[in-house]
Write a protein of this length. Structure first.
Length: 627
């Protein structure tokens, strides 16, 4: 007896050793399970964007914790009632299947357990007796290696759901547009039913078959028939697939996999505002939006452009496009001027024509404001005062601060920082501009004096022209020729940037930051929780600080100029009140009275008197000679 027992134990040990050797020699192929879609998630773990697995298959890792308990109960009731009581193979089910096949001459039930189905999903084979034998061996092996939870993960991840959809999470998103954990009983039953005959019961193509298959699964969860309440509440089946989520597409493509710092609800709101704005933009124009946390600089929402719209270069991430920021850089100039003690917000300065070597900046409207406070010059975004302040500071100081803030100005090869930098004479991205404004909002981060940064930020607190949340510090910018329209702003918690333009850099006639980008900025801030900033209170200017009028004058041609015959001459006026009228020898020239320039072609050699008149009757004259 003892000898028999020892022999039995030795035999069992030999079998175990043989099984172990075979398991190691022929491990299960888990490559299909591991070839999953790329998932990019928001900061709270919710799904932000999906990219399909190789071959274009939408396959997402799904565990038992990812689905409702009711779905697991339906699955086990419909497919493998003794799942928790067998080692991977159910001898009773196999015997029943064999008896039914022998009695009827056809397959009535396959006798497959969920473990055998998992083996078949991992390694699809033709439905033959040899394949069945391999499935049996693999089922035992999977249970040995992975246990019940591992087997369920294989089935829940790979179960076909129609077309190129696999797994319960992908099926829930495709057919119901929400996570698998949020499915109700009837929806869970449909996904379980789809796995049996995925093409014959696709609800978008065969809704009646899908409904019948779903009810069969509902009935299988308990002996007899599902309750009338279950069937009554089941409702119709979905008639079309839902799009898979792809928010912040450009950023998600860059991240490729895993978590981001984006807020899903805010991202959806920003994308909705962006779509509305795109519908109003001129042909081929696009926009980019960024919302960042002021304290950390982390992005909370990103819109890089009209995703994959070829007419708007949608494949490009326009938050990373290098463009001219125009006047949007001026707050940094003023902050450095406050830091240096050169000026205060109450300092009076003159906005009058002035040359800096060969550089003669003009305002956008070609007019000058005369004497005014520094605070007003910043809010009015005047060009000459900003250039004058940078001339005092030195362009290298501004460039150094920008570099320290992670936004080095991109200049032409071999060029050094110069005065045009104050007006956007360098290349920057939207992300870099947001970083610069966040620098001001955080009190300079040690790069700029804290008081100077706070002073500049408070000066920019103003209402939106077309309405919006109060307490936002904002500034617009427009690059030369209307190629780039900017609006950047911040409150106590967030900094937001908006860029509008054509991706190829061609101008948009009449484009300005105030007209195209600022309304979008206001709409984005309306999505954010209120965190207003207090404006900087300013004293009333003394009587002597009343703005001086800018006198009318003829900037070109100057008195006594000698011009060559046969060329076109551009007459240019400065100052005065528009509309303007240009005259040659007393005869008015046709042209746009709102402009300060007019092209004139002399009819021949001789002396000519050039005159310009403004709306208040002021006149400026110049005698010239054409030879």
């Amino acid at each position: 007896m003892r000898r028999l027992l020892l022999l039995s134990l030795a035999g069992l040990a030999a079998l175990a050793a043989a099984a172990f050797a075979l398991d190691r020699a022929f491990p299960p192929d888990l490559s299909r399970l591991e070839a999953r879609a790329r998932e990019v998630t928001a900061r709270d773990g919710r799904l932000l964007a999906l990219w399909p697995a190789p071959g274009g298959v939408w396959r997402l890792r799904t565990t038992a914790e990812d689905v409702p308990p009711e779905l697991l109960a339906l699955l086990i009731a419909a497919e493998d009632r003794r799942f928790h009581r067998h080692p991977g193979v159910d001898p009773l089910a196999l015997a029943r299947a064999a008896w039914q096949w022998a009695r009827t001459g056809r397959v009535v039930s396959g006798g497959s357990t969920l473990s055998m189905q998992a083996a078949r999903l991992l390694e699809p084979r033709p439905r033959t007796l040899r394949s069945k034998a391999i499935e049996i061996a693999r089922a035992l092996q999977l249970e040995w290696r992975l246990g019940k939870r591992g087997v369920l993960e294989i089935w829940l991840t790979l179960a076909p759901q129609g077309g190129n959809i696999e797994g319960m999470r992908a099926g829930a998103l495709a057919w119901f547009g929400r996570p698998a954990a949020a499915l109700d009983l009837a929806e869970s039953a449909l996904l379980v039913a789809l796995a049996r005959r995925p093409e014959a019961t696709r609800p978008d193509r065969h809704p009646e078959a899908a409904r019948a298959a779903r009810e069969a699964v509902l009935r299988a969860r308990a002996p007899g028939v599902a309750s009338p309440a279950d069937l009554a509440l089941a409702g119709d089946v979905p008639r079309q697939r839902q799009p898979f989520p792809r928010h912040a597409a450009h950023h998600a493509r860059e991240v490729r996999q895993g978590p981001t710092t984006l807020d899903l609800d805010l991202q959806r709101g920003v994308e909705a505002r962006a779509r509305e704005a795109l519908a109003r933009l001129p042909e081929h124009a696009s926009l980019a939006i960024m919302v960042a946390d002021l304290a950390t600089g982390e992005p909370r929402a990103l819109f890089g452009g009209a995703w994959m719209d070829p007419a708007r270069a949608g494949a490009l991430d326009l938050t990373r496009a290098v463009r001219s920021p125009g006047s949007a850089l001026k707050p940094l100039v003023y902050a450095l001027a406050f830091e240096s003690g050169t000026v205060t917000p109450e300092t009076l300065l003159d906005d009058l024509p002035r040359r800096f070597g060969d550089y003669a900046p003009e305002n956008y409207d070609r007019a000058f404001q005369g004497r005014l406070r520094v605070a007003d010059a910043l809010r009015l975004s005047l060009n000459q005062p900003a250039v004058a302040l940078l001339n005092e500071l030195g362009p290298l100081r501004l460039a150094s601060v920008m570099k320290a803030a992670g936004a080095p100005p991109r200049l032409p090869p071999g060029a050094a920082p110069a005065l045009p930098l104050a007006l956007g004479g360098a290349g920057l991205t939207l992300r870099e501009m947001v970083a610069l404004y966040a620098l001001l909002g955080r009190g300079g981060d040690g790069v700029i004096d804290r008081r100077a940064a706070a002073l500049t930020t408070r000066l920019l607190v103003q209402g939106f022209p077309q309405g919006g949340p109060p307490g936002i510090a904002w500034k617009t910018g427009t690059s030369w020729g209307g190629r780039d329209a900017w609006a950047l702003g911040m409150d106590a918690r967030h900094v937001v940037g908006v860029w509008v333009g054509r991706p190829d850099g061609t101008p948009i006639p009449g484009a300005t930051g105030a007209r195209l980008a600022l309304p979008v900025l206001a709409q984005v801030f309306a999505l954010l929780p209120a965190a207003p900033l207090a404006p900087l209170p300013l004293r009333a200017p003394p009587p002597s600080a009343a703005p001086l009028s800018d006198p009318l004058r003829l900037a070109f041609p100057p008195p006594g100029a000698v011009l060559e015959e046969g060329g076109r001459v551009v007459l240019r006026a400065q100052g005065g009140q528009r509309p303007l009228t240009f005259l040659v020898n007393g005869a008015p020239l046709p042209g746009d009275p709102a402009r300060r320039e007019l092209a004139w072609t002399p009819p021949g050699p001789g002396f000519y008197r050039i005159t310009v008149l403004d709306a208040e009757g002021a006149a400026a004259r110049s005698e010239v000679r054409v030879r």
